[in-house]
Design a protein. Structure first.
Length: 376
């Protein structure tokens, strides 16, 4: 007798429908692109161009000391923008530190979206206003949060879905496993978007996983896996929109892998030339998300030189506003360090707060004395 003869045993699900396609799903450059809504293409294009300019401006702000760090998503704009546009008004976004563009495309103020990266301890925006969780620096911790929110929404009969974004490196975290397992067991309305950009800082894909694709990991949890060309904005938008609709309609979670590439270094503090070849970067530049979309729109008569210039001008306006507002010094109260740590402060914290308050008062007194008696 083998386990197969045991009446109690049977597979819980047919694995075949959960398997991703062999090739990443594409729309641009295929006959199906002719059916794409011009309004959607225009919206994606404008946001992609503005997003790239935002990345460039934010990186420049790190060099001017206005931002502590900036993880650029240049090359990955199609994933960022398509993710934001695939959300319904009541859905929630759970971003990682690289997903500022998705956060801004969702409607968060471009300056407020940078608060955390500026070094402030605040999130910078009220997560409830646009339904955007804080940008998560600890890898994958946003995933169980997304599952919890989605599960709670389902329990209360609220047709809300959550979209959680994570990198290829983040899939090796325990939180990734726990989130996907709970999501599938609870049938939670959540979509996981893995942006496979080839690297986790200097760790290449080959050292990250031996799985055929990240999308295949879905099968082990009992949810469908979808594979998409992450530089094809309408394709990412289609795949995520379908998955979010499915989640909202009670169909359960989906794992989407978007195959893309990080054109810039990991952050301004990283030198990518130390671990990857220029040839590889050049090959991905030839598969640029903005150029792919431009080609399609130009061929369909939806974009000409004027349209390109208009998009570039709008991007410049955004960058100028970002520059101007980021150059204004924020008014910070050092005493806020002690707020919101505990509902009731510990004796040690009270002592430290008193010490800082005394130091600040002494500094202010010294400043006043200096003003009263200016040095000759
Ligand atoms: C829990 C945790 N461990 C380690 C780190 C340090 N760390 C920051 S980014 C990063 C690489 C993540 O790579 P990936 O998930 O592929 O995202 P990408 O940066 O490529 O967008 C690591 C290891 C961290 N932030 N959090
Ligand atoms: Mg990565």
């Amino acid at each position: 007798m083998t386990v197969l003869d045991t009446p109690a045993w049977r597979p819980r699900a047919d694995a075949a429908p959960l398997l991703p396609d062999q090739e990443p799903y594409r729309l641009l450059g295929t006959p199906a692109a002719a059916e794409l809504d011009p309004g959607l293409l225009r919206a994606l294009y404008g946001q992609l161009v503005r997003g790239r300019r935002y990345n460039r401006q934010a990186t420049a702000l790190t060099k001017q000391g206005r931002l502590a760090v900036y993880p650029s998503s240049t090359g990955q704009e199609a994933c960022e923008i398509a993710a934001a546009l695939a959300l319904g008004p009541r859905d929630w976004l759970f971003p990682s530190y690289r997903d500022t563009l998705a956060v801004v495309a969702r409607g968060v103020d471009p300056v407020e979206a940078l608060t955390l990266l500026r070094g402030d301890w605040h999130t910078g925006y009220d997560p409830r206003v646009h339904r955007v969780a804080p940008l998560s620096t600890p890898l994958s911790t946003q995933l169980p949060h997304a599952v919890g929110l989605a599960h709670a929404a389902r329990l209360s009969g609220d047709a809300v879905a959550a979209l959680a974004m994570v990198g290829d490196g983040g899939t090796s975290e325990g939180d990734f496993h726990e989130a996907l397992n709970f999501a599938a067991v609870w049938h939670a309305p959540v979509v996981f978007l893995v942006q496979n950009n080839g690297f986790a800082i200097s760790v290449p894909l080959a050292k990250q996983t031996a799985a055929p694709t990240f999308a295949h990991k879905a099968v082990g949890y009992g949810m469908p896996g979808r594979l998409v060309d992450g530089n094809d904005a309408p394709a990412v938008h289609r795949v995520l929109t379908d998955a979010m609709n499915r989640a909202r309609d009670g169909g359960g979670p989906t794992l989407v892998e978007a195959v893309t590439y990080r054109i810039d270094a990991h952050t301004n503090a990283d030198d990518a030339t130390r671990y990857r070849d220029d040839d590889e970067v050049a090959a991905w530049r030839a598969h640029d998300p903005i150029e792919l979309l431009e080609r399609e729109m130009t061929a369909r008569g939806l974009l000409d030189d004027d349209g390109r210039q208009r998009a570039a001008d709008e991007a410049e306006t955004l960058a100028a506003d970002l520059r101007e507002r980021m150059h204004a010094d924020p008014a910070l109260d050092p005493m806020e360090l002690f707020a919101h740590v505990y509902a009731e402060q510990t004796p040690q914290l009270r002592e430290q707060a008193a010490q800082l308050r005394a130091e600040l008062a002494a500094e202010a007194e010294a400043d006043r004395a200096q003003v009263a008696e200016p040095r000759s």
